[in-house]
Design a protein around this ligand. Structure first.
Ligand code: KIV
Ligand code: ZN
Length: 386
């Protein structure tokens, strides 16, 4: 089976940040953006620059520091938004303007109060304007999954003719089922006048099908997927990055796709986000939950000890959870402690290591065994940098 690469578009800093209790300050957004670049995402949607001066400043700063990922700013199909998005991302090594307009009857009638013809005309004008500023323009048809399919294709054809190089099919309200998303992506791909563009999907998780919808969209030909760390996002969230990436990797035999993600950075990225926003993940969350690689029952423990693959379909090491290492305890020295910090992927000054080691000793007096997760809690944010 031939293997194709799917682009990962991360919107943790935009759609993710829109979810209640998940806001981040300027420095936290920068820290998160650095980690997303280290993780290897293709696109970082850094924010919605017109939404507030703080958001603008964060997107602008992220655009200046990120070198390897494309940095996108969101804009409605309004000149002022698009100009503001461009002003924020223009310094990026790879800038992108992401414009969106709704295409479903319900949104056009009640929210936009525009006719379908007016929507088409607006998309043509605003994508052309965005393209006059930026060489990389993405167009999203908000509420695409509840839109008339032929109208949707007409809008996408219009956006592509006006200069969009990525068209995005959002399941904005998380209403679709996996086979519906498969059909929709396949339909759009088959009917576009010029299909030589990236076809993206953006699936919300209201019915718990965000990841499944994304994986089926990939099977139907999507070349970019939009997702967030830990699945945070509006309402019930967006499709979780870690689950999509590890499904593609673990079931490469089925999907025949890869991503550019350095999977060993997945756990650290999840942890950093949880620490920043103060919202943890459920213990039974796939991939990064505390129990994702825990084996409680004797039968399972016995099996895993005899042969890991009896009950593990992925290795915790592959997502950056290093479990089977020497146990640290109160007799461990600073050297072993510093080595473990480095192995976990953290970089710390000698001074910070010395401080963390003091806290480690106090913890070791209370706890018999110190796990990697305890160490991560000890080093906290101080350690996350190059
Ligand atoms: O859910 C959605 O439709 C969006 C768009 C702005 C892409 O977030
Ligand atoms: Zn969304």
């Amino acid at each position: 089976m031939s293997t194709r690469k799917v682009k990962i578009f991360d919107t943790t800093l935009r759609d993710g940040e829109q979810s209640p209790g998940c806001s981040m300050n300027f420095n936290e957004k920068l820290e998160m953006a650095r980690q997303l670049e280290r993780l290897g995402v293709d696109v970082i949607e850094a924010g919605f620059p017109v939404s507030s001066p703080d958001d603008f400043r964060a997107v602008e700063a992220i655009a200046k520091i990120v070198k390897n990922s494309t940095v996108a700013g969101l804009a409605r199909c309004v000149e002022g938004d698009i100009q503001r998005a461009w002003d924020a991302v223009r310094h990026a090594a790879h800038p992108r303007i992401h414009v969106f307009l709704a295409t479903s009857d319900i949104h056009m009638k009640y929210k936009l109060k525009m006719t379908p013809d007016e929507v088409v005309a607006r998309v043509a004008d605003m994508v052309r304007f965005a393209r006059s500023l930026c060489p990389d323009v993405e167009f999203s048809a908000e509420d695409a999954s509840r839109s008339d399919r032929d109208f949707l294709v007409k809008v996408f054809d219009t956006a592509i003719a006006a200069g969009a190089s990525t068209i995005n099919i959002p399941d904005t309200v998380g209403y679709s089922t996996p086979n519906e998303m498969y059909d929709l992506v396949a339909y759009v791909k088959a009917h576009l006048q010029n299909p030589a563009v990236d076809i993206s999907v953006h699936n919300h998780n209201d019915l718990g099908m965000g990841v499944a919808n994304t994986l089926e969209s990939i099977r139907a030909g999507a070349t970019q997927v939009e997702c967030t760390v830990n699945g945070i996002g509006e309402r019930a969230g967006n499709a979780a990055m870690d689950e999509i990436v590890m499904a593609l990797r673990t079931r490469g035999d089925f999907y025949g796709c890869t991503t550019g993600i350095n999977t060993r950075q997945i756990y650290r990225t999840s942890k950093l986000l949880s620490t920043i926003i103060g919202v943890g993940v459920a213990p039974n969350k796939p991939i990064v939950g505390a129990n994702a690689f825990a084996h409680e029952s004797g039968i399972h423990q016995h099996g895993v000890l005899a042969e890991r693959t009896t009950y593990e379909i992925m290795s915790p090491d592959d997502v950056g959870i290093y479990q089977n290492k020497m146990v640290l305890g109160k007799h461990s020295g600073k050297h072993a402690f510093a080595d473990r910090i480095a192995e976990l992927g953290y970089r710390m000054s000698d001074e910070d290591i010395a401080e963390a080691f003091e806290r480690f000793k106090e913890m070791a007096d209370r706890k018999k065994e110190i796990t990697d997760r305890d160490i991560e809690a000890l080093v906290g944010n101080a350690a996350i940098s190059d």
